[in-house]
Design a binder for this molecule. Sequence first.
Ligand code: ZN
Length: 523
Amino acid sequence: MEEETMQELRSKAAELLLREEYKDSISAYSQFISLCQDFISEKNPDAAVLERLRKSLCLAFSNRAEARSRLMEVTEALEDCDLALRIERSHVKTLLCKGKILLSLNRYGMALECFEAANLEAQSYENVDLVSGLLEKCKRLDYLSRNGGFDISDWVLSGFTSKTPEFAEYVGAVEISKSEISGRGLFATKHVESGTLLLVTKAIAVDRAIMPPDSSENAQLVIWKNFIDKVVDSASKCSRIKGLISMLSTGEDEESLGIPDIGSFTDSDISSEKLDMERMLSILDVNSILEDAISAKVLGKNVDYQGVGLWVLASFINHSCDPNVRRLHIGDHVVVHASRDVKAGEELTYAYFDILLPINNRREMATTWGFSCRCKRCKFEENIFLKQDMRDIDMVFGKKVVDMGNVVFRLEEAMRRWAIRGKGKGHLRASFWQAYHQVFECEKSMKKWGRKIPLMNVVVDSLVEVVGSDERIVKVFMDGLKRGRFNGAVEMEKALKLGRGVYGKIMKKQALRSLLQFGSAQE
Ligand SMILES: [Zn+2]
């Protein structure tokens, strides 16, 4: 009698799974599993029956894992996989299911173990090709996650129309440590040159929409709400995701936060902490970023496109008005690279807002972000702005006068008078970049001011030294090249270096060249 009921339940569960009615299938399998376990412990069946029941039990766990993984109930699915594997260590179907889940969690090493074990057994399995395909994919991703050898050249050269390149999460020469800026930050563990890849991380969740500039505030709220729902859903179904999110700051009590080991972001377990809705919302408020942020280039996307997402490790990066890294959003991944040469031990920072503006404008933007910037550049400018001359220059600049040459000339004269050298020059030139930009781009202005102000590439060098590369700076540089003001080959090398600061290391020169054009065609 009981055996009959079990048989029926099992068939029903399997049928529901085939029909993709996962919830019902899970509940049918759960009933079957508990009946089957009771039967084994109470009836003490003989060896042959026991063997048959154990096989059914293994398959039931495996199928329930499959159904749960389809619903993204990751943690419970993994538990089911382990229960099945405890009964039959090399159960191919289960190994594949477990491997795929681990792969979706970017745990390449462990996924690889599953696929390798499955591959050994797969000779007798109907989908040999499927197994070897997954194994190959996992090997590729595992390799990429270790050496970060990504290349977007072909994708760029296709005009972003070909398939988005394959990315794996990658943690380069970085570590988390206490930051003088605020709470914790990300630091370089060795000297890296401009363009070096430092980090690739996949979004926990992201929500996107095409949002023309006149979109209502309501439309923004809809994106935000969808995004929160997605994060909450993922966290409730996956303890690793919950653990990752609970490492993040709520914006309060920054000084007392623990320092997570950088290893926790790669192939290791993370225990999940208490994470109530209030804490979750504070964390998302502080750590979410927009894909259209000033430091981002959402490659190959519609101009009106907007996305908001959470990229856990990237959100440890603090703001500075002298940033040294940039991020690119490609697919669901954020790719972080050095935008200028970075020394070992230096904190990695990017710009949360446009930093090619004077201190007063930057202060306003920092306020909307909920902080006040105390970076070296801000401190330096605070002092300089005590001078009346400086405030006068800023006032003329703020009036958006037609002839910015006057602003540039007065600023350069003032810096000479005050004996400002080195980085100080770069700081102020960055703040009044729009004035320089206007002059360098206008033949008429150049005729009038060209001889009285420094050469464009001198200005570019001093800027990039402090604020790193930026597509607007590269554009002016490229336009200068086109007008033939500078010597070809040497300057082209420099343009490529600037380009690597903006877009990271691109293997094919032709692709980098086309990105430089892409940047200059953006306005
Ligand atoms: Zn600052």
